[in-house]
Design a protein around this ligand. Structure first.
Ligand code: SF4
Ligand code: SF4
Length: 91
């Protein structure tokens, strides 16, 4: 079950340090990190371990089937980031 980052993300990248499959992007090492409005989870790579949700200091990460209605647009927003080819670009 994939997890989703929502609009209350504050870009502190804490979640990138705990993800076992490195599917939260852009990471601080990525070229586009400095310009990112928030971070995003790759729905195809996420293994649903919950580590990111436990680590997030502002509760900006939800399991997709537990997403509050106010964030309903965010599964698509997360997935769209990876379709743009922005994944894991070198610094
Ligand atoms: S649930 Fe686990 S695998 Fe999925 S983004 Fe969070 S830390 Fe990574
Ligand atoms: S830990 Fe939470 S606030 Fe920090 S980058 Fe990840 S989703 Fe955003």
């Amino acid at each position: 079950m994939s997890y989703v980052i929502v609009g209350s993300c504050v870009n502190d990248a804490v979640c990138t340090e705990v993800c076992p499959v490195d599917c939260i992007q852009p990471s601080p090492e990525a070229r586009d990190f400095a310009h990112a409005e928030m971070l995003y989870i790759d729905p195809d790579a996420c293994v649903g371990c919950n580590a990111c949700a436990e680590a997030c200091p502002v509760n900006a990460i939800y399991r997709i089937d537990q997403l509050p209605a106010q964030w309903a647009a965010y599964p698509e927003i997360n997935a769209a980031f990876f379709r743009q080819g922005a994944k894991r670009e070198p610094a």
